[in-house]
Design a protein around this ligand. Structure first.
Ligand code: 8YV
Length: 317
């Protein structure tokens, strides 16, 4: 044992959050675990022992956490999005960073289509209507069709393409907006987000988070989407100007929204709770047992590769 209380044989991994059970077991099988998530900063010798940091996409690792771990070698993220990790701070110290792409793509795309169906077909209100016992006295109003609608995919990466594949099975017409053009895509690329929003019945946002996409869905995009249009966001809350979205929903400037992500998670703006034209999810797009286990395996495989001197499987930096 060292002065920090850790065995010197197994690398010490700092945890910024909790993980699914199988991931925690696998981490504990190979590493000494040190919880860093408490607001009380662990003592210096405990921090000095930490050689790897594991975190989630939404939590990331900011400059101050990185600075507090003088012997950090690798940050392994349990998520595809690494916008909350300060890559510059990591790079400046030669700290490696990995994420978990691909394994969550299909589940995230399922959530996109699930929200699209839920908000247009008003599944949650229909459910509440039946459960309330009001059905015999009052017919549930007609809703909006999803099948055959025009779907504008914002961000045409892995998740965007998986959403497009699913929407095609609903006979939707699909257009996309992305800085990169995909020559092989059967779908039309729009030159501007506003044009896409003006054309689409529904925008499904799948972009990566970070400064280049911050607030890209702003009041003018929502205005172009219009009073019959819907917004689904399965990317990052930061991609949407949330105050503009709340106003658009409150004033029926758009028809509705299906949201899995928000600016301030989990303490979302309380105005969302008063709206009946939204379907809200608790940042759960990748949260199936199967996918979370796959994310955990990939995160641990990256850690193992680092400590065994092998090539990282999915490096970000
Ligand atoms: C999860 C995510 O929220 O992969 C991402 O970028 O946002 C999600 O899969 C997260 O990383 C695990 O909690």
């Amino acid at each position: 044992m060292t002065g920090s209380g850790f065995s010197t044989e197994r690398p010490v991994v700092g945890l910024l959050c909790s993980f699914d059970e199988s991931t925690l077991r696998r981490l504990a099988d190979s590493y000494e675990l040190s919880s860093l998530s408490n607001s009380d900063r662990p003592p210096g010798d405990q921090r000095a022992a930490v050689r790897a940091l594991v975190t989630r996409g939404d939590i990331g690792a900011d400059r101050s956490v990185i600075a507090s771990l003088p012997n950090l070698e690798i940050i392994a993220c349990y998520g595809v999005g690494f916008d909350a990790i300060d890559l510059d701070a990591a790079r400046a110290r030669g700290i490696r960073v990995t994420n978990t792409p691909d394994v969550l793509t299909e589940d995230v795309a399922d959530m996109g289509i699930g929200l699209a169906l839920a908000v247009t077909r008003q599944l949650l209100r229909g459910h509440a209507h039946v459960r309330s016992g009001r059905w015999p006295d009052a017919a549930f109003p007609l809703v909006k069709r999803f099948y055959g609608s025009r779907v504008g995919v914002v961000g045409y990466g892995r998740v965007g393409k998986a959403v497009a594949r699913r929407a095609a099975a609903f006979d939707c017409e699909i257009g996309y907006f992305d800085i990169a053009s995909d020559e092989k895509s059967p779908h039309s690329r729009f030159d501007s987000l506003h044009e896409l929003a003006g054309w689409a019945d529904m925008l499904i946002v799948t972009v990566a988070g970070g400064p280049t996409t911050a607030r890209m869905i702003d009041a003018s995009v929502l205005e172009a989407l219009g009073p019959n249009g819907y917004l689904v966001n399965i990317s990052r809350g930061s991609a949407v100007d949330e105050l503009a979205l709340l106003t658009a929903l409150e004033c029926s400037r758009i028809a509705g929204a299906g949201l899995d992500v928000y600016w301030n998670e989990p303490n979302i703006d309380p105005r969302f709770r008063a709206l009946d034209n939204v379907v809200l999810q608790p940042h759960h797009a990748s949260a199936t047992v199967e996918t979370r286990q796959a994310m955990g395996r990939l995160m641990c495989d990256n850690l193992d590769a680092h400590f065994n001197g092998g090539a990282l499987l999915t490096p970000v930096a």
